[in-house]
Design a protein around this ligand. Structure first.
Ligand SMILES: O=C(O)CCC(=O)C(=O)O
Ligand SMILES: [Fe+2]
Length: 191
């Protein structure tokens, strides 16, 4: 797994996964009427990032989450998890385990694709449950716009969310976490 790899391997992975993220975003955006060069213009490499997650074995797995329920602050996230398992998505009112497959990547829609698509694509709520026996490793690549790129509904329907930038969104999240203890997310930007 990537967490113990040399820097050159991580850099090579970022190069490949960033190309994949861009291509996937373009394909998903095509039916929405988004300009073909939207991601090229608005997502420079410096605001996207890779996170290496290590979840230590937990003596109280029923009481402590590896990662609490959240949506991702990006267009999309590409995740590679090891064989341990623990990632869950919230679908149709219940939590579903994402079966670990080290040969596969998991792609999550993030908050900004939901806004760009005016809700046609949903930013998926997810979490990681703990394991008592073994540690778990995962790698997540977050595909983001630049801080001042405007994210808005690209279709012709009346907008569900007001337009915003990553800078504004992060600032609002910071305020919400300080005041309420959690990220409120897109609902802050409902019209
Ligand atoms: O560890 C995972 O499988 C998911 C990680 C995740 O959701 C995140 O880093 O935002
Ligand atoms: Fe996440």
């Amino acid at each position: 797994m990537l967490c113990s790899c040399p820097k050159s391997t991580i850099e090579a992975f970022v190069k490949t996964v960033s190309g994949l993220a861009k291509r996937l975003a373009e394909i998903l955006a095509q039916p929405l009427g988004v300009k073909p060069n939207y991601f090229e213009e608005n997502c420079p490499p410096r605001t996207s990032y890779l996170r290496l997650n290590r979840y230590a074995p937990c003596p109280f797995p029923s009481q402590v989450f590896g990662l609490i329920s959240h949506t991702d602050t990006d267009f999309l996230t590409i995740v590679h998890q090891d064989q341990v398992g623990g990632l869950e998505i919230f679908k149709d009112g219940r939590w579903l385990a994402v079966k670990p497959n080290p040969e596969a990547l998991v792609v999550n829609i993030g908050d900004f694709f939901e806004a760009l698509s005016n809700g046609a694509y949903k930013s998926i709520k997810h979490r990681v449950v703990s394991t008592q026996e073994v540690e778990r490793l995962s790698v997540a690549y977050f595909y983001c716009p630049s801080y001042d790129a405007v994210v808005r509904n690209c279709g012709n329907e009346p907008s569900t969310y007001r337009q915003f930038t990553l800078r504004e969104y992060k600032l609002q999240t910071q305020i919400d976490v300080q005041e309420t203890g959690e990220k409120v997310g897109l609902s802050r930007f409902l019209l």
